[in-house]
Design a protein around this ligand. Structure first.
Ligand code: BJW
Ligand code: ZN
Length: 233
């Protein structure tokens, strides 16, 4: 492996699984019998608004019951100590990376603790429940929705992510199935631009063959071990 200065880390639901949050495509990934692909869409929000708001209300409330695990803490430690460039791109909408202390990070699929006004586009911190909830403080419309990127919507900060992938020396993917684009394509972009690529996951992801190396196991063990390894280089 060549000298490593710039690291991009992609995380998915698997990094929060050991904190007690369900993954999407695991055995416990259904909500009232529906797959996430049926709930997280603009059409579902229009046709079944209460179900969609309730899905996110329940998950927002569940954040109070969980804590960051050893994998989140190891990445936060790396964030604080890595002298080169580092960007943690999470697909997760929980706040466990931040609670562990990570700062060089972004939420490409939005955040449970944020609300978006569907009428005027105002975004802001939100901690309550949305079913029967507040009107937008900015425009007064009854159009508040979770600040979550639904299928067919553009993920946040794509320009910043693409620039980081193009410059990366190392791309590490942690706990994501590789089923959802554009995140599933990051490994190919980074590799094509010259980065080394490493996957840490409980099982090989859909795009496992695109990585230079795949390590199989729980994030709480694999991530701290990889962080020890990278800082000892
Ligand atoms: C462990 C572990 C442990 C367990 N340790 N590991 C056809 C082909 C290609 C693309 C498309 C297509 N049709 C449509 C698209 C695009 C679409 C897409 O990709 N669809 C697929 C279903 C095919 N994508 C989009 O629409 C995206 N937007 C977009 O493309 O915009 C461009 C555009 C816009 C407009 C016009 C034109 C173009 C938006 C995607 C939004 C995703 N949203 C969700 C829900 C919101 C967040 C939330 O509610 O939490 O995001 S879906 C859901 O999947 C969530 C996740 O972030 C995302 C990824 O899931 P993740 O994290 O990988 O979880 P799992 O459960 O799948 O996997 C967990 C993994 O962890 C597993 O591998 C386990 O083994 C592992 N694991 N325990 C380590 N302890
Ligand atoms: Zn508004």
């Amino acid at each position: 492996m060549a000298d490593i200065e710039r690291i991009v880390i992609l995380t998915g639901a698997g990094i929060s699984a050991e904190s007690g949050l369900a993954t999407f495509r695991g055995a416990d990934g259904l909500w009232e019998g529906r797959r996430v692909e049926e709930i997280c869409t603009p059409v579902a929000l229009l046709q079944d608004r209460e179900l969609v708001l309730d899905f996110y209300d329940q998950r927002r409330l569940a954040l109070a019951e969980v804590e960051p695990n050893a994998a989140h803490r190891a990445l936060a430690w790396l964030d604080a100590h890595w002298p080169g460039e580092l960007l943690i791109v999470t697909q997760n909408v929980d706040d466990l990376h931040e609670r562990a202390g990570a700062t060089r990070m972004l939420h490409m699929h939005g955040e449970l603790l944020s609300a978006l006004c569907g009428a005027c586009g105002t975004r802001g911190g939100f901690a309550g429940t949305m079913v029967g909830g507040p009107r937008c403080a900015a425009c007064g419309q009854d159009a508040m929705r979770p600040d979550i990127v639904f299928f067919g919507e553009m993920p946040y900060e794509m320009e910043r992510i693409e620039a980081a992938l193009m410059a990366a020396d190392l791309f590490v993917s942690i706990g994501t199935s590789g089923a959802v684009y554009p995140a599933a394509g990051f490994v190919q972009s980074a590799r094509h631009a010259g980065a080394d690529t490493l996957e840490l996951n409980l099982e090989p992801s859909a795009g496992s063959g695109f990585f230079h190396e795949t390590r199989i196991g729980p994030a709480s063990l694999l991530v701290p071990a990889w962080v020890d390894e990278i800082v000892a280089r």
